[in-house]
Design a protein around this ligand. Structure first.
Ligand SMILES: Cc1cc2nc3c(=O)[nH]c(=O)nc-3n(C[C@H](O)[C@H](O)[C@H](O)COP(=O)(O)OP(=O)(O)OC[C@H]3O[C@@H](n4cnc5c(N)ncnc54)[C@H](O)[C@@H]3O)c2cc1C
Length: 346
């Protein structure tokens, strides 16, 4: 008989982010399938609002709270997670994969003499508990079962639809933890301005830029500054997330003209990311990896390419526009700027 713990931490605002709610939904589904008790354990400086937001699940609520548990820190996060797992008597622990838990839960599994698996993309409970995960980026999907308990599972974003329910009064059991020696303190966060931040996991649209943006165009010249202006204008007007082909981000190392806001973090594909957005638009891009692997989790896919014979754009997009992306994006930006201006009344 399994005992399931959904392990969460609050965000900077004291709330539970979308990935936490997805894990809650996965926990509820699993506990119903295997007819197991479900507890939700929350870590944070103040967990009251977070606990209320999931009280409607009917799960047992446990919490480690206090100012020492507000900041992400290995020593305090590990102690809190260990105590919550022990209190719940958990045999299966589900947690959202994020920098905070990715760093700390492998150590917690070791302390508990259990096992951990990361990058979990699905949970099945027909017969024995079985999880799926990707290997070699998203090329090989494996199914895993383990006898070791507790079994900690770090769930990838998008594994389940986020749980939704009204906030309710919460009966939270406080779990006491002896605060370990604290050597690390977060003094502040340095992050790019919001409009410089081009990777936006919650955006409705992924805009993929390929190396064509920096190649010689019909007039025999490159137009990199214009490409930068057009792409940034598009991102501002739509709030889209920016993905790139490998060729484009590799150009910096080759001393070629580059788009300055682009880095390897933007790369999608076999050796890049495979983000999840409802829609994708690929521009000036030919490669197999961005089209086959990079946007495999994108629901509706369109591409703009000058080459009507681009097999990857044609074969892997729902719609291929055979057109000049410079002209298309310029026109799109003009339309969206006038719509946005009309909407804001200016
Ligand atoms: C082991 C391995 C792993 C790899 N992993 C990845 C990966 O993770 N991600 C990845 O992206 N690649 C990866 N690659 C590279 C990949 O195979 C391709 O070489 C690369 O994606 C091609 O990049 P591109 O389409 O941007 O550039 P190009 O192949 O140069 O294509 C440029 C395209 O732009 C179009 N174009 C030019 N001007 C315009 C215009 N004005 N309007 C519209 N279209 C225009 C052209 O018609 C052309 O189709 C990998 C390769 C290997 C061998």
């Amino acid at each position: 008989m399994e005992n399931i713990l959904v392990l969460l931490h609050v965000d900077e605002a004291g709330a539970l982010p979308k990935s936490a709610m997805e894990t809650v939904a996965a926990g509820l589904e699993l506990s119903a399938k295997v007819n197991a008790a479900l507890a939700i354990g929350i870590i944070g400086a103040d967990v009251n609002e977070a606990a209320k937001s999931v009280a409607g699940t009917g799960a047992r609520l446990l919490a480690v709270s206090g100012p020492e548990f507000g900041q992400p820190r290995y020593a305090t996060d590990a102690a809190a997670a260990e105590a919550l797992c022990a209190k719940a008597g958990a045999t299966v622990v589900l947690a959202p994969a994020g920098s905070r838990f990715n760093r700390v839960l492998p150590g917690v599994a070791h302390r508990l003499k259990g096992a951990i698996d990361t990058h979990i993309s699905g949970i099945e409970a027909t017969g024995a508990l079985t999880v799926t995960r990707w290997f070699y980026r998203q090329r090989i999907e494996a199914q895993l079962q383990r006898t070791a308990r507790p079994w900690l599972l770090l769930l990838e974003p998008g594994v389940a639809p986020a749980w939704q329910g009204d906030a309710a009064a919460a009966n939270v059991e406080a779990v006491q933890v002896a605060v370990p020696g604290i050597r690390t303190e977060v003094k502040g966060i340095r992050a790019p301005q919001l409009d410089e931040q081009t990777i936006r996991p919650d955006a409705k649209l992924l805009f993929v830029a390929g190396a064509g943006w920096t190649k010689k165009q019909a007039d025999g010249e490159t137009h990199v500054p214009q490409a930068e202006t057009l792409i940034q204008g598009f991102l501002r007007a739509t709030g889209a997330s920016l993905g790139s082909s490998k060729s484009l981000v590799d150009q910096a190392a080759d001393q070629q003209s580059v788009l300055r806001f682009m880095s390897h973090l933007n790369q999608v594909g076999q050796t890049g990311a495979t983000p999840r957005h409802p829609k994708g638009l690929s521009t000036c891009c030919h490669g197999e990896e961005p089209h086959v692997v990079g946007w495999r989790f994108i629901t509706e896919r369109r591409a703009v390419n000058l080459d009507p014979n681009c097999g990857w754009a044609r074969g892997k997009a729902d719609v291929l526009y055979v057109a000049d992306a410079f002209e298309v994006v310029e026109k799109l930006n003009a339309i969206m700027q006038s719509r946005n201006a009309a909407a804001s009344g200016s």
